[in-house]
Design a protein around this ligand. Structure first.
Ligand code: GLN
Length: 284
């Protein structure tokens, strides 16, 4: 029987196409054993039983075919929250934590704001904001029943009660309602982008990733309809692709937003843009 150390060595060697073979091997072994990574370090000589070894072989084979680790383990950490993810949801990305960070910079700690998260997926953004701003009420919409079920399950497990999940396309479930803050990490990849057929993206829901010929189809629609859903002084904040900052700011300005601005991610790319809504009577 393999020891944990030996199993990890074999698995790591077999995952050479991954960007992070050793980490992937550890996370998959943690999932098999239902233990955390420190256990692997402190018990290198523990042996896997036959069932565990077979399960580990299955998971590492799936990973070497390209399946994302998060779908194989069924979870992903986001903003220090452990989120369940399935193939019905996008896998939350570290870039999106920048959106959470910038949104929190706008929301005073004791604010009782109404916040809207469009296309919530696993609930990542909505749940992080709900956790950090317990006095705010968050509405989170998604077009996918299966994604909303995952998001609702995450809210239940994390015991976050100030989020409500609503089924429908963008603002449809909140027709006639206005918010202090609207946030979204919408699909923003061009349909012709070859990345859609590479790496983890191959396994993620296409409707969560791709957005028309130029990747801006959904961003355009979200910005155009935002004035009908913002209170005076409210804000809209969106994630977008690294080369879409200027276009997104242009769309915000064109829709009448003030102070259109972008924020850079750790790689130095404009990744998040925001605008302030001053004048609901001018909504078009
Ligand atoms: N809001 C979710 C996230 O940030 C899902 C985004 C999406 O599916 N485009 O992870």
């Amino acid at each position: 029987m393999d020891t944990l150390a030996a199993a990890l060595r074999t698995a790591t060697a077999g995952l050479k196409d991954s960007d992070s073979p050793a980490l992937d091997a550890e996370l998959l072994l943690c999932a098999v054993l239902q233990k955390d990574r420190s256990y692997l370090r402190s018990h290198p000589e523990t042996t896997l039983d036959a069932v565990q070894a077979a399960r580990y072989a299955e998971l590492t084979a799936a990973r070497s075919r390209g399946e994302p680790v998060a779908y194989l383990t069924g979870k992903r950490e986001f903003w220090s929250l452990e989120l369940k993810v399935t193939s019905a949801t996008l896998i939350p990305r570290p870039e999106t934590e920048l959106l959470v960070e910038q949104a929190l910079a706008l929301i005073p700690p004791a604010a009782e704001w109404e916040i809207l998260d469009l296309g919530t997926g696993s609930g990542a953004i909505a749940l992080a904001l709900a956790k950090e701003r317990p006095c705010c009420r968050i509405q989170a919409t998604d077009l996918s029943v299966d994604a909303l079920a995952v998001a609702a399950d995450n809210a239940r497990r994390l015991q976050l009660r100030n989020v409500e999940f609503l089924l429908g396309n963008w603002y449809t479930p909140v027709a006639g309602r206005r918010f202090h803050l609207v946030v979204s990490n919408p699909p923003y990849i061009s349909l012709s982008d070859p990345h859609l057929t590479q790496g983890d993206l191959r396994f993620e829901p296409r409707q969560a990733l791709a957005s028309g010929a130029d990747g801006l189809y959904d961003i355009r629609n979200i910005i155009a309809a935002a004035p009908e859903h913002l209170l005076a002084g409210g804000n809209l904040m969106l994630e977008h692709a690294y080369e879409q900052g200027a276009e997104t700011r242009g769309l915000l300005q064109g829709a009448g937003f003030n102070h259109a601005r972008s924020f850079r991610d750790l790689a130095g790319h404009e990744r998040i843009s925001a605008g302030d809504w001053a004048n609901p009577s001018a909504s078009r």
